[in-house]
Design a protein. Structure first.
Length: 280
């Protein structure tokens, strides 16, 4: 099922959602869209980068603390969980959660309460949890680096965002990112379709912003992407272009499966979609 359709379906429930995908695929954008589509859209969306949290202060940041709970606690802090009460708590890079917070988060999800540091009082909370990671959580569970019981809680509704090179809507994504008055050309789109995009949408955005700057000085998009390939130490994308009969023949051999067809033709699925729209 298309991940956009999955987001629309998931928005109708309060089940925890785990968004996975390569870096740069737009996991936070998807989380915000999920929030905007749901019944909590008029309440808070609290985004937390778990990879930037120090283990020593994680409990206080998530659960909050009361005044005097520790040295320097001059006033009460509500923490991320209570800040998201009534809305959505988005945990980006959730695989980086410190072990003590994994345990605390599991308890919060089970009991729907949070206990601030320095307090014995449990406070009821009501929030939608959405998490994201580019890492293989089942593998981390297998290695004992992530709690299995928490993983199953987080992955009640798993949604995987495909890498940009496998998406059929690259043209519309590029158009939405392009801010110049003069639109991108079909040649530009063809050039973009031929690239591998290891950095996904984030990289595409950077390339288009750079192209907008250099285009005024006579630089072509192809030359900028060639530089991109060289910097990433990867070969430039092949320039092979299948003709209509080759596409039709391989589609028939693969019984309409576009992923297998693209693989047989030696092109990306995104490029195959481009040629299907343009030529067939």
């Amino acid at each position: 099922m298309d991940f956009k359709k999955m987001l629309q379906i998931a928005a109708d429930s309060d089940l925890p959602v785990l968004i996975t995908g390569e870096s740069g695929t737009g996991k936070e954008v998807a989380a915000k869209e999920l929030h905007a589509l749901g019944k909590r859209k008029n309440s808070h969306f609290v985004a937390v980068n778990c990879g930037a949290i120090s283990a020593g202060i994680a409990e206080s940041l998530f659960c909050g603390h009361i005044r005097g709970a520790f040295t320097g606690a001059n006033r009460e802090q509500q923490g991320f969980v209570r800040a998201a009460n009534g809305g959505t708590l988005f945990l980006d890079e959730v695989a980086e959660l410190p072990p003590e917070i994994q345990k605390s988060l599991l308890r919060t999800l089970q009991e729907r309460t949070v206990t601030p540091v320095g307090s014995q009082r449990e406070i009821r909370v009501d929030f939608r949890l959405v998490c994201a990671t580019h890492r293989d959580l089942p593998f981390l569970v297998e290695k004992g680096l992530f709690r299995q019981d928490l993983y199953f809680r987080l992955a009640a509704l798993p949604i995987k965002i495909p890498p940009l090179r496998e998406r059929s809507d690259l043209k519309s994504i590029a158009s939405s990112l392009w801010k110049e008055s003069e639109p991108l050309t079909e040649q530009n789109f063809s050039t973009l379709q031929n690239y591998y995009w290891p950095g996904n949408i984030r990289q595409l955005k950077n390339v288009l912003e750079r192209y907008a700057l250099f285009k005024k000085h006579g630089y072509e998009l192809e030359s900028l992407l060639k530089t991109e390939c060289d910097q990433l130490n990867e070969p430039p994308p092949p320039q092979y272009t299948p003709n209509n009969s080759e596409i039709e023949e391989n589609l028939e051999l693969c019984k309409g499966n576009k992923s297998r067809t693209a693989k047989k033709l030696g092109i990306s699925r995104g490029k195959l979609y481009y040629y299907l729209r343009k030529n067939i």
